[in-house]
Design a binder for this molecule. Structure first.
Ligand SMILES: [Fe+2]
Length: 304
């Protein structure tokens, strides 16, 4: 597992202060990771030397971003083969999303200029997000431990991978990739309530006890990754793990899944299996409800 991410530790912050200027950000160069280039043996690209080299190269651009004093994101020149993988996945997901995704999400995708034709660059989405909700994206070369990853949300920043899944299985990836980030996560940050909610989770992660961190991880899982929202009497998906997976998105609306009304106490205590289809999902009434409920919850941290 990667080593602990280095972050400024200061528990005193205000949940009413959402403004984070670039100069408030901790130095990206202080982040340290170990074994970030290791691919799990069950990764479809694990035995493809060419894929591994390419993935490592794209990952190295994230490292250069961190070392650059100005933290300028380096755009990836995606190959025609990588673009093809994107086109296949994006087109198929769009079909299912038209019926299942929240209307807010569908609008947001358009606002950010995310199309089925080409892989969007983090830099261009960053510019648009900055104007909309003062949220930002920073490239990262792989999975980071929970506290380090979540803590960056307190700076209205999400760490995002840039490489793309292996072409042999366009429907599947065992690790985050640009499809999961750009189609799953990023559009949600155009919503101010969702961006604020993410920031609260980040604040929480910085001061949470280990036990609270586990609870936060579950809250993140059942909302950011697998959340459903009620919209004009219908249930729609907004979680990234649903929106970026054909299988999960279809499965979420079958009878095999129990869709329960969101209850914070229940969610933070609900265990899950990340390697299987989700049997229980939670439906939030609105993003503002999620934001306010999370604010109260995070404010209780440190008071026990
Ligand atoms: Fe994710």
């Amino acid at each position: 597992m990667p080593t602990e991410t280095v972050l400024t530790k200061e528990p005193a912050f205000s949940l009413s202060n959402y403004e984070v200027k670039n100069e408030d950000l901790p130095a990206f160069r202080d982040m340290q990771f170990a074994e970030i280039n290791e691919l799990e043996l069950d990764h479809p690209g694990a035995n493809d030397t060419e894929y591994r080299t390419r993935r490592d190269y794209i990952a190295s651009l994230s490292k250069r971003f961190r070392e650059d004093p100005e933290n300028k994101i380096i755009d990836v020149e995606y190959t025609p083969e990588e673009q093809k993988v994107w086109q296949i996945v994006a087109t198929k997901l769009e079909e299912i999303q038209a019926k299942r995704a929240s209307s807010f999400y569908l609008d947001a995708k358009e606002k950010l200029g995310i199309s089925n034709e080409r892989i969007p660059q983090l830099s261009e989405m960053n510019r648009r997000l900055g104007k909309l909700t003062n949220f930002r994206l920073a490239p990262i070369e792989g999975l980071v431990e929970t506290r380090g990853f979540l803590s960056w949300f307190s700076y209205r920043t999400m760490l995002c991978t840039q490489y793309i899944r292996h072409h042999s299985r366009p429907e599947y990836t065992p690790e985050p990739d640009i499809v999961h980030e750009a189609i799953g996560h990023i559009p949600n940050f155009t919503n101010k309530d969702f961006a604020d909610f993410s920031q609260f989770i980040g604040h929480g992660a910085r001061v949470a006890t280990d036990e609270q961190l586990e609870e936060l991880g579950r809250l993140y899982w059942f909302t950011v990754e697998f959340g459903l929202v009620e919209e004009a009497g219908e249930i729609k998906a907004f979680g990234a793990g649903l929106l970026s997976s054909f299988g999960e998105l279809e499965h979420a609306f079958t009878e095999a899944v129990e869709r329960r009304p969101f209850d914070l106490k229940e969610v933070i205590n609900q265990t899950y299996d990340y390697s299987d289809m989700q049997p229980i999902l939670y439906v939030i009434p609105s993003y503002s409800f999620l934001k306010e409920t999370t604010r109260k919850y995070i404010e209780s941290f440190g008071k026990k």
